[in-house]
Design a protein around this ligand. Structure first.
Ligand SMILES: [Zn+2]
Ligand SMILES: [Zn+2]
Length: 276
């Protein structure tokens, strides 16, 4: 519980500070080259995780003692100050080299999670080509300068162009990797931002791209944990899309319940309808 409160406080601080500082939030993985495939995504919280021998080792796994407590925890989470959730729209922008078939997989992954939860969010493809924008924030080594892009996204110009920051959530699909952070995806619920790092070699396995997109959608919809972070008595332990590996497509009942009850709680407090 202690651990849980700290997580929330940190999220609130990040939100209040209005700072998007991935370099601080995300710990660059000390992960061996051959394990890169198994580090698709991260969210705004890394403390309970340590990296050891190329694998992610949990320092502690906290336990909720019942399904009821787990649901109560999630339904009491705050999250009402974040503009994009009022519109319940998610828009995909990509570099021009990303194939339509790949964008379709991403869209499908996000849509499938929305459908499973019966949320009334929509996902569409934006008409703006972000190739030039991304180029400006690309380092000489062809990697994306996250800090620089993040700062640019908060300018008035980009806000009106991409609708970022309160209008809808943005999914940004890159034909390159992030500088300094060895993951496939980085997502922040508070900022309504999902960034996918998909250079050509990562786009070959369409099923896996879809897995990653669904996984990141879980984070975008407020699930700031990974499946393995919490054990809850009463749920059957199965492979789950919210595992760090993103190896499977199915999302387990524990993780689905967390997201579902998070939105139910918000719905109750705000009066906004988030379900179909
Ligand atoms: Zn993740
Ligand atoms: Zn799960």
């Amino acid at each position: 519980m202690q651990h849980f409160r700290e997580d929330i406080r940190k999220l609130e601080q990040i939100a209040e500070g209005r700072k998007f500082t991935p370099g601080k939030i995300f710990r660059p993985g000390k992960i061996k080259k051959q394990d890169r495939k198994f580090v698709p995504g991260e969210i705004v919280r890394r403390e309970p995780t340590t990296f050891k021998k190329g694998n992610i080792v949990r320092r502690e796994v906290s336990e909720s003692n019942s399904v009821e407590n787990w649901r109560r925890e999630w339904s009491s989470l705050q999250g009402t100050n974040y503009g994009w959730i009022n519109q319940r729209r998610i828009v995909i922008f990509s570099e021009s080299t990303i194939e339509q078939a790949v964008i379709n997989q991403i869209k499908q992954g996000v849509q499938d999670l929305i459908n499973q939860l019966r949320l009334n969010f929509s996902i569409t493809q934006g008409i703006i080509d972000i190739t030039n924008l991304i180029r400006v924030h690309t380092l000489p080594n062809e990697k994306l300068n996250l800090q620089s892009l993040a700062q640019s996204l908060t300018t008035t110009e980009q806000k009106s162009l991409l609708g970022y920051g309160g209008i809808h959530a943005c999914v940004i699909v890159l034909d390159r990797v992030f500088e300094g952070v060895n993951v496939w995806g980085m997502t922040e619920f508070h900022n309504g931002l999902m960034q996918l790092a998909l250079p050509n070699i990562r786009r070959r396995d369409h099923n896996f791209v879809r897995n990653v997109a669904k996984h990141e959608a879980g984070h975008l919809l407020g699930y700031y944990l990974h499946h393995d972070d919490r054990k809850v008595r009463g749920y059957r332990e199965t492979n789950c899309n919210m595992m760090v590996s993103c190896a499977s497509y199915g999302t387990c009942d524990k993780c689905l319940d967390a997201i579902r009850y998070f939105w139910l709680g918000l719905q109750q407090r705000t009066g906004i309808r988030f379900f179909r």
